[in-house]
Write a protein that binds this ligand. Structure first.
Ligand SMILES: Nc1ncnc2c1ncn2[C@@H]1O[C@H](COP(=O)(O)OP(=O)(O)OP(=O)(O)O)[C@@H](O)[C@H]1O
Ligand SMILES: [Mg+2]
Length: 433
């Protein structure tokens, strides 16, 4: 990967290389945050480890998920003890700099757990992040952390944090965060599309702007394997079923085995009835213990017998069903303690069809063209912005229905934080002049 950094990207690179400050590198979608991060991984002189909140985001930058890197349990971590084996301890002791991409999806709770893990492993309890430099990349106008589905966990978050966002993590009471903003957009080259996207980002879309997007996007999508970015899981499933149907041959269905209390089908980690055919495009849902694939890898089903064979980049792998564990937290508002136990198991092949993906899974990606399907309405701030900003040009934009004003809104905590950032940057600039 040899990309020439722009002067502003180079400036941030130098700040990371030559200081030990905690940095937040932000900027609009497509300003090259992940590109800079990739460049950093090749050209840094520091011992540096890269991670991201989701498997797909980690794949995008050649990193690991935060949970697998730190061996953290799923769900809220709170103030539970963090278990660390020798390997994790050793790894966390060797690093100078921890790099996190897509920080907008990292919750305050998770960032504090990272802080605690590092202090513990490095036996530097009094120092934020155990003395490690933390460099975070992301755009808070994109996707927010997913709130816990469990009401007790939500109550715990509310009692303990001002918001779910990383910038409200407790560690920032002890550590200082420096902010760098990249301003030049590289994903889109057309000034008109760039300014339309910027308006969507800030929730300031005028009627003529909306009309323009809708005129362009309102046309039938081609039926040639174009990817759909949908807000809802149900839409993703419907499109994938349709594409599966189009493939010749017989389909095979693998039924999940569900044990104990695993909640309802909506919260299952994979399809209860997974239907596959030879030729189907699939995505992996979990990291492989033998590193043959990671969560987010895409392949094509090449053979189905007792197990499923999937080809990734011309190599065929045999995939077997795996187990997911459901953990349950109990929150006691009086003692403010969370406790945890395994209450259910879910066994299934770690695969899903991948002709359509959720907008959530598309964060960080670049597509030449895509169909954007927001369903009845966008249901989280940043969702519409993430979807539209994946696409390189207006020519590649297809909308399943016209955008409505209610599809475009901005999170209040993000407004508060970004306002503070802007103030601080103005004050710093005034000091310099
Ligand atoms: N210095 C550069 N020169 C040429 N192309 C670049 C440069 N920096 C980034 N790009 C290109 O711009 C596109 C978007 O870059 P990238 O994915 O790094 O942006 P991002 O800021 O991480 O976006 P997002 O917020 O959506 O994750 C990519 O196709 C990338 O190759
Ligand atoms: Mg990115």
């Amino acid at each position: 990967m040899t990309l020439e950094l722009t002067p502003e990207q180079q400036g941030v690179f130098d700040a990371i290389e030559h200081t030990r400050e905690h940095l937040f590198v932000t900027g609009r979608a497509g300003t090259g945050k992940s590109t800079l991060l990739n460049h950093l991984s090749w050209h840094t002189g520091k011992q540096l480890v890269i991670c991201a909140p989701t498997g797909v985001a980690a794949l995008n930058v050649g990193g690991q998920t935060i949970h697998s890197l730190f061996k953290l349990p799923i769900g809220i971590i709170g103030n539970q003890p963090i278990e660390q084996n020798r390997e994790v301890k050793k790894l966390l002791n060797t690093i100078d700099t921890l790099v996190i991409d897509e920080i907008s999806m990292v919750s305050a709770d998770l960032l504090d757990a990272i802080d605690r893990s590092l202090r513990q492993a490095r036996q530097r309890k009094a120092e934020a992040f155990g003395g490690v430099q933390v460099v975070m990349f992301g755009d808070p106008f994109q996707l927010a952390p997913v709130p816990p589905s469990d009401p007790q966990e939500r109550a715990w978050m509310k009692d303990n944090y001002r918001s779910m966002w990383f910038f409200d993590a407790h560690v920032w009471r002890e550590a200082e965060l420096r902010i760098h903003t990249l301003r030049e957009i590289h994903r889109q080259h057309d000034d008109e599309f760039r300014s339309l996207l910027t308006a969507v980002r800030y929730g300031k879309v005028t009627e003529p702007m909306a009309n323009r997007l809708n005129e362009v996007g309102a046309r039938p999508a081609p039926h040639d394997g174009i990817i759909t970015l949908a807000s809802k899981n149900a839409t993703v499933s419907r499109i994938n079923a349709r594409e599966l149907d189009r493939l010749p041959g017989r389909s095979m269905t693998a039924a999940a085995e569900v044990m104990g209390d695993f909640g309802n089908a909506r919260t299952f980690p994979a399809d209860e009835e997974l239907e596959l055919k030879v030729g189907a495009q699939v995505m992996f849902l979990r990291n492989d213990t033998d590193n043959r694939w990671v969560n987010g890898s895409v392949g094509v089903v090449s053979r189905i017998d007792k197990t499923v064979h999937v080809e990734i980049d011309d190599e065929e792998f045999e995939v077997e069903p795996i187990a997911w564990e459901k953990l349950k937290y109990e929150y006691d508002p009086v003692t403010k303690e969370l406790t945890r136990e395994v209450v259910g198991e879910f066994h299934q092949f770690p695969l899903r069809l991948a002709w359509a993906v959720t907008i959530h899974k598309s964060q960080g990606k670049t597509y030449d063209r895509a169909v954007v399907d927001l369903g009845a309405r966008a249901f989280s701030p940043g969702q519409t912005y993430v979807a539209l900003s994946r696409i390189r040009s207006l020519e590649g934009l297809y909308l399943s229905r016209p955008l409505q004003p209610r599809d475009i809104f901005v999170d209040e905590d993000v407004m508060r934080f970004m306002h503070e950032v802007a103030e601080a940057q103005r004050a710093a600039a005034a000091l310099q002049s």
